[in-house]
Design a protein. Structure first.
Length: 181
């Protein structure tokens, strides 16, 4: 089913371009959302990469945003967080990601939800499964680090515009937060 997602018809572009088995170097067969190796039996599925991010709100009711220092969307505002390591629990990834990017220790509060998105502007960019929690800072001194150029606290009426914000899912989550104010 050729179209927007390439000749293999999968809505996840992560396997686009895979030609050889990473285990035995034999040719791979592409199927809907997966690749198979007829020689060694290796199978890889086009799954979205999970992320864990937070809506960190301070005692003045302001939301913490991070300006991206790397592509995709370098220079645009994002919610702090990051990818999960292979065996990492999402809440552990959330705490680690916030510590790496902001130097803050946080207390995760209620789960907000899951949004699907692509990690970049191109149709073949990989998909992500983005999990969000509300959180509050409990320790640390705010400092931009890792892949963050700048951090800022924003009240609901001071938020960056949609075109200053990275990723469609981030815009939706921030809009939901601001509509509650």
């Amino acid at each position: 089913m050729p179209g927007r997602h390439g000749q293999y018809g999968t809505p996840v572009g992560i396997l686009t371009g895979w030609r050889y088995c990473p285990r035995c170097s034999s040719s791979l067969v592409h199927a809907e959302g997966r690749v198979d190796c007829g020689e060694c039996g290796f199978v890889a599925y086009a799954n979205p990469a999970p992320t864990a991010s937070a809506l960190v709100v301070d005692d003045r009711g302001r939301l913490l945003l991070a300006r991206r220092a790397v592509e995709p969307f370098v220079g645009l505002w994002d919610l702090p967080g990051g990818y999960l390591a292979e065996s990492e629990h999402p809440l552990d990834a959330l705490r680690r990601g916030l510590r790496e990017e902001t130097a803050l220790e946080i207390e995760p509060l209620e789960f907000v939800g899951i949004w699907m998105d692509q990690y970049g502007p191109d149709p073949d960019d990989p998909w992500t499964m983005n999990m969000y929690w509300r959180a509050r800072p409990v320790a640390g001194e705010l400092q931009a680090a890792d892949d963050v150029a700048e951090l800022g606290w924003f009240s609901a009426d001071e938020l960056p515009s949609a075109d200053e914000t990275a990723f469609g899912n981030v815009r939706l989550v921030i809009a939901g937060w601001s509509s509650e104010k």
